[in-house]
Design a protein around this ligand. Structure first.
Ligand SMILES: [Zn+2]
Length: 103
């Protein structure tokens, strides 16, 4: 069994091509190799997660429901993740959940 228990990924520009402030599930396109890497991790029973800053929600450019639809599309294309962590705040909001802050 791997000593690595989980791998946390960024979403935009890492698992899927970056579409700034994407609110449209139809525009989700996985990056080359993402499916294969995730399949390998899952086969080794390593948990996977996505950690994503979505400041477009704070900016009023998309809703949390839009972001959830986009995330569902990511899972349709790349399979289920064990955890999702999404920061809906802007960079000046002072929250603790925006990467790279710990929450
Ligand atoms: Zn936040």
């Amino acid at each position: 069994m791997s000593p690595v228990r989980a791998v946390l990924f960024d979403r935009d520009g890492t698992l899927v091509h970056d579409v700034p402030y994407n609110a449209d599930p139809a525009r989700v396109r996985p990056v080359e190799g993402a499916r294969a890497v995730l399949a390998e991790l899952r086969a080794r029973q390593i948990r996977t997660g996505v950690v994503t800053n979505q400041s477009g929600i704070a900016r009023g450019l998309l809703t949390e429901a839009d972001a959830r639809r986009v995330n569902r599309r990511v899972e349709e294309l790349l399979g289920p993740f064990d955890v999702w962590a999404l920061c809906p705040h802007g960079p000046d909001d002072g929250c603790l959940c925006r990467k790279p802050r710990p929450a």
